[in-house]
Design a protein around this ligand. Structure first.
Ligand code: NAP
Ligand code: SF4
Length: 671
């Protein structure tokens, strides 16, 4: 019997039976916009081969005004149908099923032609929408129904109608964005008319034997959002209008509550799907922060849903389902919910990928094949760059030996997992350990790799990482430590702390110093902290945030005269900033560091070094960036060898695990 009996119970949808209870949720890869339909098809086919029951594509626009941005991919013309057919043919040949998401962005459409129930600009877009008239509303309905019919023609197994996350249909549902006084606004019956009519017309357009998923917002997390009673009323109406399944949507994009980042507790919102399930007779799908088969199984076993949706976990590992089925869950590369290579890329107009798996959405570009000329390869440094290189090289059939001075694998990752809210890094280091063992890499820990020791190897990969930069501030006393001392628990900081440097590590250290117990590990505490209530009590489910008092008084500083944290991840930086504000962390930019004394840190401002100020502190923590550790690489070059230098040892600036893993994987794929 399977370790995950609920996951591997088939789901009968009437005209079709899905083999298991795992859905790959919609993700935008940006490959469609580049017109690389072969790459799109391969992306989905690889995941179909991995055994997922049903996939949902990235959102496809039903018309120009509804596209997320001008030129967003859609399904408008017969030529589009031919492109989409490349995807569906490839998925079906791989034994999978795929539904196309129809996404009308409404006022979230990033362009001047956007339309909405009322002419109210969204706080996350510069474009004020045009209020639709009766004919305009009819056009939107007709376009969505036509897109559904075209999806069927293109060979899809179904469509998902996007009705949540604050997009077009969701905008009609709530008074916050729908101020209409005609038959499409006012009473809830009127406000839900559009989504219900859309589902009805989509069903008419596609016929009975076609999957129609409606993605419903269970908690809007905006002021004046839907009440629970309204959510249930809509769910029942959408069921009656012909939906096959309901998928869970959580929070509008403009919500100031995080819903998917790594600090959100796992399965944080499944209680809402569980509450909806008994209200309808069609299957319900739950989502958000489900990233292991254990979590998926427990959600299903508790009766919270009929299916679990995971999106980003399928970027991290296309074989998630087959590995779970074969009892190889430890080999599933974990999604750590960092957003660094997926959503952050999407919003920067880059092709999405995955920090943990650089092949995601690059399947045709990074091809890992067995080598015909096995070599002996030494990898020095067991951080993310070295680990990825070692695993990929060993998978290809090379004989790999991995050296590190430390007593455990992981490099900088071993510090990241100590940060409250970054517990997912435990899973990543565990996965690296599993894969190092599985691929047969020889590991030599607590070993100083010297040029003599490395001499016999055919190829040498240097991934010796970085050393913390010493900003060389004149010091006359006081406790001055590095972030490594703090995160490795070598020293305990005093009550008042000045943190020098506000990059990713400065932010992490400030979080580490102010948080006592990680709310990520305690759902009720996390909900209190961020003000997540119950939509049955407050419309939209917002309450007043009530964070725990900070453990220390922290001041975070940088020399640049700009908002602190401005360069953090596009989709995660605001969460880090908000989390530190909750802990009363003072953020000061534009400083010159003059000296450190027993009283604290002395700073001045501006080029004229004005306004001398003492930041009173018992401890000063240096988080002033990194310098490459190239000493071994230089010694090898001097000895006449040509090592491959990757990760922080190559370029320290803006080093992160994403670049390290990408570089390690690509190098090893080519050796
Ligand atoms: P970083 O992001 O490059 O930040 C270094 C900080 O040190 C900056 O605030 C910089 O600000 C300051 N600094 C640089 N030179 C200095 C000097 N000589 N004296 C005083 N201050 C100086 O580096 P990091 O924080 O060490 O992080 C390393 C990498 O890890 C980052 O690039 C990041 O991608 C990754 N990381 C990411 C996250 C995340 O949440 N995504 C978390 C942790 C780490 P000023 O020059 O303005 O003073
Ligand atoms: Fe998950 Fe990060 Fe990969 Fe995105 S980049 S899929 S969040 S691990």
């Amino acid at each position: 019997m399977s370790q995950y009996p609920h996951i591997f119970t088939p789901l009968d949808l009437g005209h079709v039976t899905l083999p298991n209870r795992v859905l790959m949720g919609s993700m935008h890869t940006n490959l469609e916009e580049r017109g690389d339909w072969n790459a799109v098809a391969e992306f989905y086919a690889e995941r179909a081969r991995g055994g997922v029951a049903l996939m949902v594509t990235g959102g496809m626009a039903p018309n120009n005004e509804g596209g997320v941005f001008p030129g967003a991919a859609g399904l408008f013309t017969p030529e589009d149908i031919a492109h989409h057919k490349i995807i569906t043919d490839r998925v079906h040949a791989a034994g999978g099923r795929i539904a196309m998401q129809i996404l009308h962005a409404g006022r979230y459409a990033y362009g001047p032609d956007c339309v909405a129930p009322s002419a109210i600009k969204s706080p996350i877009s510069p474009f004020p929408p045009k209020e639709l008239d009766e004919a305009g509303i009819e056009k939107q309905i007709a376009d969505i129904a036509t897109a559904a019919a075209r999806a069927r023609e293109a060979g899809y197994d179904g469509v998902e109608v996007m009705g949540s996350e604050g997009y077009f249909l969701n905008q009609f549902l709530v008074r916050h964005t729908n101020k209409r006084e005609d038959g499409w606004g006012g009473s809830f019956e009127n406000r839900m008319r559009l989504p219900v009519e859309v589902v009805k017309r989509v069903r008419e357009a596609v016929g009975p034997d076609f999957i129609v998923i409606f993605r419903i917002s269970l908690i809007d997390l905006i002021p004046d959002g839907s009440t629970w009673e309204e959510v249930v009323t809509l769910a029942k109406a959408v069921e009656a209008a012909g939906a096959t399944m309901l998928n869970t949507g959580i929070g509008w994009h403009e919500a100031r509550v995080p819903t998917i980042v790594t600090s959100v507790p796992r399965a944080a919102f499944t209680w809402l799907t569980g509450r909806l399930k008994p209200e309808v007779s069609i299957p319900v799908i739950t989502s958000n922060r489900i990233n292991t088969p254990e979590i998926g199984e427990s959600v299903l076993a508790e009766g919270c849903a009929d299916m679990v949706s995971m999106a980003r976990p399928f970027l991290a590992d296309a074989d998630f389902v087959v590995k779970a089925k074969e009892g190889r869950a430890a080999e599933i590369a974990p999604c750590i919910a960092c957003n660094q290579a997926c959503l952050d890329h999407t919003f920067q107009g880059k092709v999405s990928s995955c920090l943990v798996n650089p092949r995601a959405a690059h399947e045709t570009e990074i091809v890992i094949t067995k080598t015909e000329a096995p070599k002996s390869i030494a990898v020095v440094g067991a951080g993310p760059a070295g680990l990825s290189a070692a695993i990929t090289a060993a998978e290809r059939g090379h004989a790999v030996t991995l050296f590190d001075r430390a007593s455990e694998l992981g490099g900088q990752l071993t510090m990241a997992r100590a940060i409250p809210g970054k517990e997912e890094f435990h899973g990543l280091t565990d996965w690296f350990k599993t894969m190092i063992e599985k691929t047969g890499v020889t590991v030599k820990l607590e070993t100083d790799a010297t040029p003599d020791l490395l001499a016999p190897f055919d190829e040498i990969i240097i991934a010796t990482g970085v050393q913390p930069r010493d900003p060389e501030i004149p010091t006359e006393g006081g406790q001055v430590v590095t972030y490594i001392d703090i995160l490795k628990g070598r020293v305990t900081a005093g009550k008042r702390v000045a943190v020098i440097g506000a990059g990713g590590i400065g932010f992490d250290v400030a979080e580490f110093l102010t948080v006592t117990d990680s709310p990520t590990l305690d759902l009720e505490e996390w909900k209190r902290e961020w003000g997540v209530g119950d939509p049955a009590q407050t419309p939209g489910g917002l309450t007043k945030p009530a964070p725990e008092a900070p453990a220390r008084e922290v001041t975070l500083l940088q020399r640049k005269k700009e908002k602190l944290g401005r360069r953090l991840g596009k989709t995660t930086g605001w969460v880090h900033r908000a989390a530190l504000h909750m802990k009363d962390v003072k953020m000061i930019g534009g400083v010159n560091y003059e000296k450190i004394t027993a009283e604290g840190l002395h700073v001045t401002f501006g080029e004229a070094r004005e306004n001398p100020t003492l930041i009173e502190a018992d401890t000063v923590v240096l988080c002033a960036g990194q310098l490459s550790d190239r000493s071994l690489a230089d010694a090898l070059i001097a000895a006449g060898r040509s090592p491959h230098v990757i990760g922080g040892a190559d370029v320290a600036a803006e080093l992160d695990a994403k670049r390290a893993i990408d570089q390690g994987t690509r190098l090893a794929a080519a050796l």
